[in-house]
Design a protein around this ligand. Structure first.
Ligand SMILES: NC(=O)c1ccc[n+]([C@@H]2O[C@H](COP(=O)([O-])OP(=O)(O)OC[C@H]3O[C@@H](n4cnc5c(N)ncnc54)[C@H](O)[C@@H]3O)[C@@H](O)[C@H]2O)c1
Length: 339
């Protein structure tokens, strides 16, 4: 296969981002159709501007199209497992946004369908493709700093999402920290086996209405004996704060934020520099392109995808364990929720 013909399921915020990247920046990719039940004139005009004229309200049009090789699932999380099953049954390769699903039963069914069909499934854990986090990973994985002892992930959004988003998000662990659970596994090169979660509401009272918190810390124990900590805030007023640190036997490796620009002004009063870039579209734009390039390459070359269904399921299990830990105020083993 020289070209991968792609159908997009869900054409909202992240769907349009992937559509733009697939059209402009991913060699071998050809976006040929989009489907979204709430497609309006604006969305159709956007698709047309990318050269896509097959715009549907019924997602079945994508699954039934014999000329489509792969789908991008960019619809709300609740639809992911069903769409994975239907794409697999139609023999299409699958890129699925995080999280893979909200219930274990649905996730297991989806993973079975993928295995049976023999199609590729890549999960949208985009941060693994960020140049800073990847460098930290590569240094740790090279072994030159020795064994990893402590993994620290700081992940703070610039501002809280709208209440309507919070109402259906699945909560801070499933919606937001899920990226950081994956990042911690990726950096440690080991599974997380136990978590202890703390949470509080400091930013907006509406989070509590949905049994959610806006500020959280989760402590981690890894299978290889390393320990870790993740901190999340829904509102860092200075911008998107995304940092990783791995302390090892022979040293430490950490990264920093991408700043709006790299200028530094030094005066008698002090030294100032720019703030971090605003949010994920700015910070991770190149990473979104890189993950799509790897997905398309894996299909063309017949190689493994870099982030698979197992990674998707593990992050969900850890999120479930973190919520249980917060609710029950005790450490929870990940195996407790894997039933
Ligand atoms: N990787 C990341 O950093 C990242 C960032 C944002 C969102 N996401 C994930 O992407 C998914 C979508 O999030 P979003 O922010 O783009 O949301 P969004 O609400 O902006 O877009 C979702 C789109 O899906 C459409 N839709 C609803 N039901 C559908 C159906 N049955 N079939 C097809 N389309 C349907 C909606 O009309 C909407 O246009 C979520 O699972 C979210 O967790 C990932």
């Amino acid at each position: 296969m020289k070209e991968v013909r792609i159908g997009m399921l869900g054409f909202g915020r992240i769907g349009r981002l992937h559509a733009t990247n697939l059209t402009r920046s991913v060699p071998g990719a050809k976006l040929v159709a989009v489907a979204d039940p709430y497609l309006n004139d604006d969305a159709v005009a956007f698709a047309n501007s990318l050269g896509v004229d097959r715009c549907f309200k019924d997602e079945a049009e994508i699954f039934n199209a014999s000329d489509i090789d792969a789908v991008f699932i960019c619809s709300p999380t609740g639809t992911h497992p069903d769409f994975i099953c239907r794409a697999a049954a139609a023999g299409k390769h699958i890129f699925c946004e995080k999280p893979i699903g909200l219930t274990l039963e649905e996730i297991n069914t989806a993973l079975e369908a993928v295995k049976k069909a023999g199609v590729k499934l890549q999960l949208g854990f985009v941060r693994r493709f960020d140049h800073n986090h990847k460098k930290v990973h590569d240094v740790v994985a090279s072994g030159k700093l020795g064994e990893a002892h402590v993994i620290k992930v700081c992940s703070r959004d610039p501002e809280e999402p709208p209440e309507a988003y919070v109402a259906v998000s699945g909560g801070i662990f499933m919606d937001m920290m899920i990226h950081d659970f994956d990042m911690a596994r990726y950096q440690a090169g080991s599974e997380i086996v136990e978590v202890m979660a703390y949470g509080t509401n400091k930013i907006n009272p509406f989070f509590a209405k949905y049994d959610d918190v806006d500020t959280a810390i989760v402590m981690l124990k890894f299978e290889n004996g390393a320990i870790g900590v993740i901190d999340n805030s829904r509102a860092a007023r200075y911008g998107y704060d995304q940092r990783v640190e791995v302390h090892c036997d022979k040293g430490c490796v950490q990264d920093g934020n991408d700043l709006i620009d790299m200028s530094m002004i030094s005066t008698a009063d002090g030294v100032t520099c720019e703030k971090p870039t605003w949010f994920f579209l700015e910070r991770y734009n190149n990473a979104f392109i890189a993950e799509s390039i790897d997905f398309v390459r894996a299909i063309i070359d017949g190689t493994d995808v870099p982030v698979d269904g197992h990674d998707g399921k593990m992050a969900v299990l850890i999120a479930m364990a973190a919520k249980k830990s917060l609710d029950e105020n005790r450490p929870v083993k990940v195996s407790e929720v894997d039933v």
